[in-house]
Ligand binder design. Structure first.
Ligand SMILES: *Cc1c(COP(=O)(O)O)cnc(C)c1O
Length: 373
C-alpha cells in the first residue's frame, strides 16, 4: 500500500487503499474463497486469521474511521461482538431512538441477567454526560433511526468515564465520511456495511473500528469464538462498493437537501425531519459534528397511516422497501414494522439514492397528491 490514510483525503483513500502494490499484483482485491492456508506464514485458518479479501475491506474502512478495523458477518454481528465484551452486571446506556436490533439485543441480555439497560433521549446531552460516569457501555447511534436526531458526540465522547468503559458509536447513518466518532474520543465505531459501504443492497456485512489495541484483539477473539465471520463474496462486493462511496454520498445528500426543502413546503406534509433543515431540532449540533447531513429524510404525511401507506404503494421510481444507503431510493412507513408502533403513524423514512432529483420529486409528489387526505 503506497498511502497512509493521514496523508491523503478520504475520497482518495477509499479508492486506493487495500490494493496490491508489487509488480504482478492484481490491481483489484482478489476474491479469496479459502478456509485454510499452507502453514508457516501465521495465516492458517480463516475464522481465526482472516483472509486477504476481508483485510482489504478492513484496510479501507479502518482508514476512513481512523483506526484498525475488523470485518464481521453483519452490522449486528459487529455490534454483538462489542456487547460480548461486557462483564456480568454491567450498565449499558442506550439511546431512546435506537436501531431495533440493538434495542432487542440489549433487552435480551438484560432479561438473562447479563447487564442492565438505561435509555436516554439522543438530544439530552447533559443526561448522557452524567450517565458516562457510571456506565460500562455507552452506546450511541447518530443521526438516530428514524427520527434523525443528532447526538452531541463531541461532548459525550469527551465526558469523564470509567477507564474500562467502552463508548460505541453506530456510525452507519452518517458514514465515516460525514462523522468520525473515534476522533471525538469514542472507543469503537460500527458500520453496517450492508448500507452505505456496500451501497447496492446486495450483501450483509459489518465493520468495527477501534484505536484501542486491546479492544481490537478482544473483538477479533470474539469473532473467532462466535464464528461471526464475514463472507468472502460479501467482503469482495463491499470493497467494490466502497470505492464509489464519496461520489454516491455527495450526490445523494445534495438531492436529499433539495427534497427535504420541497417536502417542507408541501401542503400535504405535516413535518419533515432532516438534519440539514434549519427547522430540525438538532440542526445546530449537526452543523458542528457532521461534515454532511446525510441521505435519509423522515416526513409525516397528512392523512395518517392510511395516506402514508398509499404513498408507499404509489411511488414508482422510489422502491417500497426497507434499508438505506444504496444507489436506489427506498421508502417505508416505519410504524408498520412490528415493534415500531410507538413511532408517528404517518412517518415515512426515505433513503435517497443517486437518481435525478427532479425524477425523484415528480415520483414523490405524484404519489403524495394521489394519497387520500
Ligand atoms: C442496518 C443497521 C444495523 C444492522 O446492520 P445489519 O448489517 O443488518 O446487521 C445497525 N445499525 C444501523 C443504524 C442500521 O441501519
Amino acid at each position: 500500500m503506497g498511502h497512509d490514510s493521514a496523508n491523503i483525503k478520504p475520497e482518495s483513500w477509499l479508492v486506493s487503499a487495500g490494493r496490491g502494490s508489487q509488480p504482478g499484483d492484481p490491481l483489484n482485491v482478489p476474491l479469496v474463497p479459502a478456509s485454510n492456508f499452507i502453514i508457516g506464514s501465521g495465516r492458517e485458518y480463516s475464522r481465526d486469521d482472516g483472509t486477504p479479501t476481508w483485510e482489504a475491506l478492513e484496510a479501507v474502512v479502518g482508514g476512513l474511521e481512523g483506526g484498525k478495523a475488523l470485518a464481521f458477518a453483519s452490522g449486528m454481528a459487529a455490534i454483538a461482538a462489542v456487547f460480548d465484551q461486557l462483564a456480568v452486571g454491567s450498565l449499558v446506556v442506550l439511546p431512546d431512538d435506537c436501531y431495533q436490533g440493538v434495542a432487542g439485543l440489549a433487552a435480551a441480555g438484560e432479561q438473562r441477567g447479563r447487564w442492565s439497560v438505561q435509555r436516554i433521549a439522543v438530544d439530552d446531552t447533559e443526561a448522557w454526560v452524567r450517565a458516562c460516569a457510571d456506565a460500562d457501555l455507552i452506546w450511541l447511534e447518530s443521526p438516530s433511526n428514524p427520527l434523525l436526531t443528532v447526538a452531541d458526540l463531541e461532548l459525550i465522547c469527551a465526558a469523564p468515564r470509567k477507564p474500562s468503559a467502552i463508548v460505541g458509536v453506530d456510525n452507519t447513518f452518517a458514514t465515516p465520511l460525514n462523522q468520525q466518532p473515534l476522533a471525538f474520543g469514542a472507543t469503537v465505531a460500527i458500520q453496517s456495511a450492508t448500507k452505505f459501504i456496500g451501497g447496492h443492497s446486495d450483501l450483509l456485512a459489518g465493520v468495527a473500528t477501534t484505536n484501542d489495541p486491546a479492544l481490537w484483539h478482544a473483538l477479533k477473539k470474539s469473532r473467532e469464538l462466535t464464528g461471526a465471520t464475514p463472507g468472502t463474496l460479501e467482503t469482495y462486493l463491499a470493497v467494490r462498493g466502497v470505492r464509489t462511496l464519496a461520489v454516491r454520498l455527495q450526490r445523494a445528500q445534495q438531492t436529499a437537501m433539495l427534497l427535504a426543502e420541497r417536502l417542507e413546503a408541501h401542503p400535504q406534509i405535516m413535518r419533515v425531519r432532516y438534519p440539514g433543515l434549519s427547522s430540525h431540532p438538532t440542526h445546530a449540533v449537526a452543523q458542528r459534528v457532521l461534515k454532511g447531513f446525510g441521505t435519509i429524510i423522515s416526513f409525516d404525511v397528512l392523512g395518517g397511516a392510511v395516506a402514508a401507506d398509499q404513498v408507499c404503494q404509489q411511488v414508482k421510481l422510489i422502491h417500497h422497501a426497507t434499508s438505506l444507503g444504496a444507489v436506489e431510493s427506498t421508502m417505508e412507513r416505519r410504524a408498520a414494522i412490528p415493534g415500531q408502533e410507538h413511532l408517528p403513524p404517518a412517518l415515512l423514512r426515505l433513503s435517497v439514492g443517486i437518481e435525478n432529483v427532479d425524477d425523484l420529486w415528480n415520483d414523490l409528489s405524484a404519489a403524495i397528491a394521489a394519497s387520500s387526505i
